[in-house]
Design a protein around this ligand. Structure first.
Ligand SMILES: *Cc1c(COP(=O)(O)O)cnc(C)c1O
Length: 680
């Protein structure tokens, strides 16, 4: 369809041309392909086998991985919008959840076969990773063939696990701080056919457990969480080690064993647990931990405990940047490597001592829940650094302006670094002259515009170089556009704000067009931290994301994207919709998201593939304004009454007309039942 352009020709062209805004807006370069987008956004690295790009330039989702059909995410989004499900929209693919569970179990089965391990694997899902009912219900259902269980880390999570888990033979691991009520409830659950394992995390819990067991006359299954000296690295590295928050030190473990022995309960102690932190990026850390745990396990057998289970906790990582490295947003091992190492190390440890191998338990949360949800949100507008072609200064214009113009004209691949310093110096000179009243406000504006034009030209050259000099590194950031996006970082990606976690973010359409802009994202909150300005990259991170320029709206194409009742009262946007997706965000983000600025829960849909396409299994409408106001103790009726009274008063004082007051009240009341985000 288009003539391929020679790559070097393309480069040399842009070296000698200055790039204007008009050119930037000129749309797709003939040579840009979806393969270029694949490489740029690294979608194969982090997305396989679930996410890819189709010939139309849209992101597609293959929820069953390589085993089934696929969906066009852009078309799905439009179809959901037509069903009055506005953006931001959290789309959950239950088939992905199922595939993750299948995969994890298959990896352990293969490892068990490969090493002729004479024991089983019984995974559990840590409820804290995502407590949403529909998700836990799915998990339990999908986990049935594998006797997949649940892990609770608190009393409320225990309530969920007890009521929802109904898979015979699955484990219910009881972690977290415990009081008498927690322990008694867990013990009584044995009578319902559950297999609760109460993991001792604090030395005080030993007494509580002994007491409860006597009182109820139930023999519990107990576990002990060890503080390993092998430490995770990175963000959650301090979850292990002697000073970790949870777990028993080696002397405490010995004490617990003695306490249990003296009350004739040592038979109850059957499980050894450790958790060295989340998102372990290096396989060597995992190996060290298992080696150490294997020794402790063997010692516990020697001390007379009735050991049956080794629970390796969570930590199985997710490759957010697709680099397959031990960078914090990645991991240098596969799920299969992980399973192999757990199985092989435990087999070795047991063989060495001539003891039976345990049932292996893992508590992988992130690796199970991350992939299944995608947040789709729209861009509301952009703010760009001006970059018009500057006009030639007149002879009587200030010298500094004429100098700057000369610099602008001289910029080339040979002097761009020097030119950057000259331009910066001239601009600073102009600012200081303005301070002394030597140049006018208009001239200062011309200097600034000219300065940005220089920067744009320099940046275009710098981008073509293999190596960007240090002093020019910030230029990309300074020149970046701001893309205003319709979501709250605090609600939908709290970890991006709190701990600089990286999530893959990319447009879900127009991927057959070159993204000629560079931008950062600013969210809806009026908090300057409500932004995303770090993105995944092959090496380290990048500070700007390649994005497309917004396309001006073509005059009324008859509400192609009308969103039903919601759109009726809102003005049409001035640009065509531009949708971005945030991927791999299904773990931890939802429950940690908060109501900053009173932006509430987003709309959520559960999508399941069917032979004919897909089916919407559940719709969970996001919070309305009435709901979020209720969380902070406002009663909507009181608020309306308040406004009614004030407009009555204003009417009497002739400050407002009857029509105006009716309109105000109507808007106010209607708003209360609407979504907290903007409708586009
Ligand atoms: C948080 C947690 C997990 C889950 O960890 P992931 O890294 O998400 O797999 C497992 N076990 C315990 C004890 C935890 O606290």
């Amino acid at each position: 369809m288009t003539e391929p352009t020679n790559q070097s020709e393309k480069q040399s062209q842009s070296l000698t041309r200055s790039v204007s805004q008009a050119e930037l807006q000129n749309g797709p370069q003939a040579t840009w392909t979806i393969e270029d987008s694949e490489e740029l956004y690294r979608i194969n690295g982090w997305g396989e086998p679930y996410f890819s790009i189709n010939a139309a330039g849209h992101v597609t989702v293959s929820p069953m991985g390589d085993r089934g059909g696929s969906l066009d995410l852009y078309e799905l989004t439009n179809a959901l919008k037509q069903r009055n499900l506005g953006l931001p929209l959290l789309i959950r693919f239950s088939d992905i959840l199922e595939d993750r569970i299948e995969r994890l179990n298959a990896c352990f089965s293969r490892a068990i076969a490969r090493y002729s391990y004479a024991g089983d694997y019984r995974g559990v899902f840590p409820v804290k990773c995502n407590q949403q009912r529909h998700l836990i219900e799915d998990l339990v259902r999908f986990g049935k063939p594998h006797q997949f269980g649940l892990e609770a880390g608190s009393k409320p999570e225990l309530m969920i696990a007890l009521a929802l888990l109904d898979t015979p033979g699955s484990l219910l691991i009881c972690n977290g701080y415990k009081d008498q009520e927690y322990i008694e409830t867990a013990m009584l659950a044995r009578r319902l056919g559950h297999t609760p394992i109460i993991v001792l995390e604090q030395i005080e819990e030993v007494e509580l457990v002994i007491e409860a067991s006597r009182k109820l006359n139930i023999e519990p299954i107990l576990g002990v969480r060890a503080k390993l000296s092998a430490k995770g690295i990175g963000r959650w590295g301090t979850s292990a080690g002697d000073r970790a928050k949870f777990g028993l030190t080696i002397p405490e473990i010995i004490r617990a064993v003695e306490q249990l022995r003296s009350t004739d309960m040592l038979n109850s102690l059957q499980l050894l647990h450790f958790h060295i932190g989340s998102q372990i990026s290096s396989i060597s850390v995992i190996k060290d931990a298992i080696r150490e745990a294997g020794q402790i396990y063997g010692e516990l057998v020697k001390l007379g405990a009735n050991m049956n289970y080794l629970d390796v906790g969570g930590g199985l990582g997710v490759d957010y940047d697709g680099s397959k490295t031990n960078f914090y947003a990645s991991k240098n091992y596969s799920m299969q490597n992980y399973a192999n190492d757990v199985v092989a190390a435990m087999k070795d440890a047991c063989q060495q001592r001539g003891i039976a191998v345990p049932t292996l338990v893992s508590e992988s949360g992130r690796a199970i829940a991350s992939h299944q949800s995608v947040l789709v949100f729209d861009v509301l507008g952009t703010s760009d650094v001006i970059s018009e072609i500057p006009e030639l200064p007149a002879d009587d214009d200030p010298l500094v302006l004429r100098n700057l113009y000369e610099t602008y004209q001289s910029i080339s691949v040979d002097n761009y670094q020097e030119a950057y310093h000259d331009a910066t110096q001239f601009k600073e000179e102009a600012v200081s002259m303005f301070g002394f009243g030597y140049i006018s406000l208009t001239d200062r504006a011309r200097v600034e515009r000219l300065y940005w034009a220089c920067c744009r030209k320099i940046l275009e050259i710098a981008r073509q170089q293999d190596y960007v000099p240090d002093d020019l590194e910030d230029l990309e950031k300074i020149m970046a556009s701001i893309y205003y996006v319709n979501f709250s970082v605090f609600q939908s990606a709290p970890d991006a704000w709190a701990i600089d976690q990286l999530f893959p973010i990319m447009p879900i359409h127009r991927l057959n067009e070159e993204p000629t802009c560079r931008g950062t994202l600013a969210d809806l909150t009026c908090d300057s931290d409500g932004k995303i300005d770090q993105f995944i990259d092959l090496r380290d991170v990048k500070y700007v994301l390649e994005l497309h320029p917004l396309k001006k709206n073509l005059p009324a194409e008859d509400g192609q994207f009308a969103t039903g009742a919601d759109s009726a009262s809102h003005s049409q946007s001035t640009h065509e919709p531009y949708y971005l997706g945030m991927f791999l965000s299904g773990a931890y983000q939802e429950i940690m998201g908060n109501l900053h600025n009173l932006f509430g829960d987003t709309n959520t849909v559960h999508i399941k593939l069917t032979p004919k396409g897909y089916q919407i299994e559940h719709v969970v409408k996001g919070d309305t304004m009435r709901e979020v106001l209720g969380y902070v103790q406002y009663d909507a009726e009181d608020l309306i009454e308040n406004i009614r009274r004030r407009s009555e008063q204003a009417l009497q004082e002739h400050q407002i007309t009857l029509e105006e007051s009716q309109l105000l009240l109507q808007n106010y009341e209607r708003s209360l039942s609407r979504y907290t985000y903007l409708s586009s």
